[in-house]
Design a binder for this molecule. Structure first.
Ligand code: SF4
Length: 282
């Protein structure tokens, strides 16, 4: 696989905020002609060509050639699929999880690395106090290692395309971000937006306790529902968020505990028309 270090047109540095905004603002699943758009972590058309040459003849690409304007066009989803295999994508991102309760696949990061959650976990009465993702099988060494591998992977220049490749390869059309952990920063959030744009047939749901995310909701793709989680048990979520979740001791609206702890045919968490989902306290 061509890596950023072998490609003269790719910077190994994380993209600047401006570049991510430019790219996300494109608003199309056919991604093209953003300035320096290869910072989005996706293959360019030139890379696709190189990869195909490599596959067919074993020849290395000619990296001495001057970049042409067209080389900065990103590959379409269809072109992208031709060159990134799921097995290569998984090497970049780490594995997904398949919670038995949910209708689709999920993705987890270490709960200890939650920016706000790691503070709330020390506050009695908060929704993070006695966090489920800090005990049980979540603390097994192998699970922790996998979570930290995924956390490191979000900085990989091809993480966005790799995640999209994996999600598009699944039959399920529902994806849950962060069954443990939370969004880390602005770059991470905008990469998630990009993955959602590259998986237009999938409905995404991302819970978060990070209030700063609200400033980016106008950039959010329509197939992603972000639910801001009220920080304290039995308190209302802020009405200024379009979608929220709460944890309550009575009056829950999540039917899972009444149906073998499974979602079954409920999809409320992914439904933007459902303003708030109230989960019963565990
Ligand atoms: S509200 Fe519905 S979709 Fe959400 S966790 Fe509960 S059962 Fe699943």
């Amino acid at each position: 696989m061509i890596t950023p270090n072998k490609c003269p047109h790719l910077s190994p540095d994380p993209p600047s905020r401006y570049l991510w905004r430019s790219w996300v603002d494109l608003g199309s699943s056919r991604l093209e002609q953003a300035p320096l758009n290869n910072a989005a972590g996706l293959w360019t058309k030139q890379q696709v060509t190189w990869r195909c040459v490599e596959k067919q003849s074993g020849a290395r690409p000619d990296t001495s050639a001057k970049p042409q304007a067209a080389s900065h066009k990103l590959a379409t989803i269809g072109e992208y699929k031709k060159i990134m295999k799921v097995i290569d994508a998984l090497k970049i991102t780490g594995s997904l999880s398949k919670p038995s309760k949910m209708p689709g696949w999920a993705y987890g990061l270490p709960a200890k690395e939650c920016k706000t959650g790691s503070k709330l976990v020390k506050v009695p009465g908060s929704v993070c106090y006695d966090c489920y993702a800090l005990k049980g099988c979540y603390v097994f060494k192998v699970v922790q290692a996998a979570q930290y591998k995924r956390l490191a992977a979000i900085r990989h220049p091809l993480w966005t395309g790799a995640m999209a490749t994996i999600i598009n390869s699944k039959k399920s059309k529902y994806f849950r971000w962060h069954d443990s952990g939370d969004v880390q920063d602005e770059d991470h959030l905008l990469k998630i937006f990009a993955v959602c744009k590259l998986t237009p047939s999938v409905k995404h749901w991302m819970p978060t306790r990070e209030a700063w995310v609200k400033a980016f909701l106008s950039l959010k793709p329509a197939n992603l529902v972000i639910r801001f989680s009220a920080p304290m048990v039995n308190t209302q979520a802020p009405s200024t968020w379009p979608n929220t979740s709460t944890v309550v001791t009575t009056g829950s609206t999540c039917p899972a505990p009444r149906q073998n702890n499974e979602c079954k045919d409920c999809r409320s968490c992914w439904d933007p028309e459902v303003k708030n989902v109230a989960y019963g306290q565990h």
